[in-house]
Write a protein that binds this ligand. Structure first.
Ligand code: UD1
Length: 430
């Protein structure tokens, strides 16, 4: 029963360094097996989702050599199977990037259909539409997506919804298709750009990533490369909101401030001080913050992955804030947990109407998903008294050494495995 136990009420202050972007890394690992040559990936976050995907690609025959905690060498020259079984998909949805990668390289792939998810239904119809447009047969059989093509031929694809996953998956397959592919209404997230840069380093010809039209000139094969993953925008944003919620002062290092602009703008609007440096941001709050309205949107809009963390700040701020979740239909589940800590939030459809309270009081809460889990930890750090956060397996999937980094900022938090350890912590911190 792993859980975080937290004694809150102390401003978080100091410096923290941000790791590589998990969501970029998941796609980049899939891209790495698209060549028979060795690919070295640096700045890989050491989180569970990444370890699981590495196991999945080892299982199909890729050679994975861990150089250190944040660097791996991958050789996809001996892949013996293009079939990725359900166990892996169940653990991480992003194993679906193996569909695009394997289809591109071997012109066939069988990957278990990702199951449902806590934040919404998350269909992959746009991924499949893209593969079909490139000439692949796509069937769902016995819970697997089964795709194969005699040839993949470049084409013009218009995405009906802006989807990060579909944009990347189509880009992977199209990188090794014949001729030109154009993806319209493409996602513009920083990790889409990072995956395109990585593929280009491997010899692909992709232009326009970061805009809503991506042009891919298929190449015959890709080659080995060394690539360093961009910093994680959401991990950085999470620490920015930790500074705001605890009225602390944190220098968040190893970030790309441009990627954080939507978060920075909202924090400034409610009264935080945000200072930008070349590769760092400093966020501080000295007084009670104000209210605002937020609507999640595809990049460069406010990220859905930052919605719960920002709501935690707003629920402690003065006045009424409105948070609208427009990307996923089921991403306000943490509201009931936060209510147990004293927040006053009413949910109507996909909108949370938040009447800010002065304090949270510690409680036992459950992490409903990755980002909401991190948000509840921050709420615990801002709250009076003790909070325990259960189901932290979600948080461990995406944040490296979350509790360690928070402790280095003065946070009183411990990952415990038993009632005895929890009791010991309570006695120690008083
Ligand atoms: C990625 C991120 C996730 C983030 C999300 C939005 C990874 C591993 N995960 O998820 O953390 O919250 O982007 O920034 O990178 N949709 C369809 N059909 C499809 C695909 C998507 O209808 O085929 C819909 C989804 O239900 C959702 C919207 O499009 O409403 C956006 O989803 P998408 O951008 O694809 O999210 P993911 O790539 O799954």
């Amino acid at each position: 029963m792993e859980q975080y136990i937290i004694k809150g009420g102390k401003p978080l202050c100091g410096e923290v360094s941000i790791g590589g972007a998990k969501n970029a890394a998941l796609a980049i690992l899939a891209a790495a097996i698209m060549t028979d040559e060795t690919v070295t990936i640096e700045n890989l976050p050491y989180v569970m989702d990444i370890r699981v995907l590495l196991s999945a690609i080892e299982e199909i025959g890729a050679v994975v050599e861990r150089i250190d905690k944040h660097t791996v060498k991958i050789n996809g020259g001996h892949i013996g199977s293009v079939s990725v079984e359900y166990d892996y998909i169940k653990k991480i949805r992003a194993s679906y990037y193996l569909l695009g990668a394997l289809l591109g390289k071997y012109k066939k792939a069988d990957v278990a259909l990702p199951g449902g998810c806590n934040i919404g239904s998350r269909p992959i119809d746009q991924h499949l539409k893209g593969f079909k447009a490139l000439g692949a047969d796509v069937e769902i059989m016995n819970g697997m997506v089964v795709t194969k093509a005699d040839r993949l031929v470049g084409t013009h694809i218009y995405l009906d919804v802006v989807s990060v996953g579909a944009t990347i998956n189509i880009m992977l397959a199209a990188a090794l298709a014949e001729g030109n592919t154009i993806i319209e209404n493409a996602a513009k997230e920083p990790h889409v750009v990072d995956v395109a840069n990585m593929l280009n380093t491997m010899g692909a010809n992709i232009k326009g990533a970061g805009t809503d039209v991506i042009r891919i000139k298929g190449v015959e094969k890709l080659h080995g490369a060394t690539y360093s993953i961009i910093p994680d925008q959401i991990e950085a944003g999470t620490f920015m909101t930790a500074a705001a919620a605890t009225r602390g002062d944190i220098l968040i290092k190893n970030v790309i401030p441009k990627h954080l602009e939507a978060i920075t703008a909202k924090l400034i609007e409610i009264g935080c001080d945000v200072e930008e440096f070349d590769d760092a941001v400093r966020v501080s709050a000295t007084k009670r913050l104000g209210h605002t309205h937020i609507k999640t949107l595809p990049y460069p809009g406010f990220p859905t992955d930052m919605q719960p963390q920002m709501a935690i700040v707003l629920a402690l701020s003065e006045g009424t804030s409105i948070v609208t979740e427009s990307i996923f239909e089921n991403r306000l589940k943490y509201v009931d947990e936060l209510a147990r800590m004293g927040a006053t939030i009413k949910v109507e459809g996909n909108t949370a109407i938040i009447d800010g309270v002065e304090h949270y009081s510690g409680a036992q809460v459950n992490a409903p998903d990755l980002r909401a889990g991190a948000a509840l930890v921050i709420a615990g750090l801002a709250a009076d008294g003790f909070t325990t956060v259960d189901d932290i397996v979600y948080i461990l999937r995406g944040y490296e050494d979350f509790d360690g980094k928070l402790r280095s900022l003065g946070g009183c938090i411990e990952l415990v495995n038993s009632e005895e350890e929890a009791l010991k912590f309570r006695l120690k911190v008083g």
